[in-house]
Design a protein around this ligand. Sequence first.
Ligand code: XMP
Length: 509
Amino acid sequence: MSEQILIIDFGSQYTQLIARRVRELNVYCEIHPYNNLPEKINNLKGVILSGSPCSVREEDAPDVNLDAFRGNIPVLGVCYGAQLLVQQNNGSVVPSKIREYGRARLEKMDQHYDLLKEMNPGNQVWMSHGDTISKLPGNFTNIASTEDVTNAAFKIEGENTYGIQFHPEVTHTEEGKILLRNFVVHICGCKQDWTPDIFVESTVANLKETLGNDKVVLGLSGGVDSSVAAMLIHRAIGKNLYCIFVDNGLLRKNEFEDVLHSYKDMGLNVKGVDTKDAFYKALEGLTDPEDKRKAIGRTFIEIFDDEAQKIKNVRWLAQGTIYPDVIESVSVKGPSATIKSHHNVGGLPEKMNLKVVEPLNTLFKDEVRRVGRALELDGNILNRHPFPGPGLGIRIIGDVTAEKVRILQEVDHIFINGLKERGHYDEVWQALAVLLPIQSVGVMGDERTYENVVALRAVGSLDGMTADWSKLPYDFLSDISNKIINNVKEVNRIVYDISSKPPATIEWE
Ligand code: XMP
């Protein structure tokens, strides 16, 4: 069992970032909401208290009993977490008079304390709080200040408990990684041995034990998550893993055949089912994006269920669920508001009455990629841009027909291949083409045309939550535009999307 750090979540927007930073140190950690902590955590080495949008001065402020931890294992309070430690020990936290938001410089640092080792006085930290600690309790020692915040960092004497009123997890805090390493490695004593190879080894061993000789069914999508989940389970139980890859008619050009080949080369027991027509039929006449998503999701479930029934005595359904999905559903605030029904296979487990196995449900997306690399997953799948479950169905605005899919596949193929040929594919996080329900006038030779408009979009992003449009070179855009218009006769106009997320989203729908 890996050593672990517990992150107690009070609802800060940055909590996931704390987890990512700790894991970048090859130390395993889990986030749990303050009001639903696990009863027992094996091999617990330290606790981090997150920030929060709340104030410790509110009557119903989130609170947690730290008796089991303090004095036994190290504790680090970040922002709200630090203020809570002060409040619980009769110090004082008051509304701050000056703005404590944005950049500040950490000064008057007492570097005898392990938390601040190897950090440089004057380094920039990121503040984001409306309250401030005005008085530390008697046994708390101030160990760093900024110009405006006297109690920027403290230690509780006689125990390994620290508090900081800035955010080490955000990149604006220049030496945040050093501080977190000091806490996790030097103070908690974590060995930093949680690597992709160790993850693979221990996950495969667990899967062997859990699944035994049972049969498992899994839906492959061509994406990284389902592929890595399949490889792990395949390693554990071999041919007892039955993979199904559904051609929903909304994939990219040649993708079904190419990806199916890769899967077979990887030794997976995979069945490809061509059910394009069933999807086109279900989509007939639908124009509302949510209706389209639901029709695609429903059809997928029906087909997958039918196929799974053909395999006798299946006991388990495997899914490529990843950690952010899990945290979302148990977060302090509850599941976040649905902007789109993203999880197109959501209803599958209920419908199929199978036990669910999710070997990636503790990993972030980039960690899934690292595990995929450790498993030597085909580079074409590993480095593929994210692709939505409902595929081209949500990139054709308005109703979807087989002919529109064909047009968009051709356009997308030219765009994506162009990016690959010119070395831009790995520079952008995601690139896509959108077929708009608009025709515009053009001239081709002596003839007037009245054809479709396509929007191209390429974005840079870390996790899809926010994104900026990619500044692809003009000559590249120009060449691609020419190539598309010359080769896809149903298109006579290309536009490039220059909006960021927020306020726009990545997909157009
Ligand atoms: P938006 O358009 O919300 O997209 O900015 C953020 C990221 O999510 C992808 N996306 C999906 N992925 N199933 C998925 O697996 C879906 O239904 C879905 N819808 C959007 C989108 O491509 C982008 O990477």
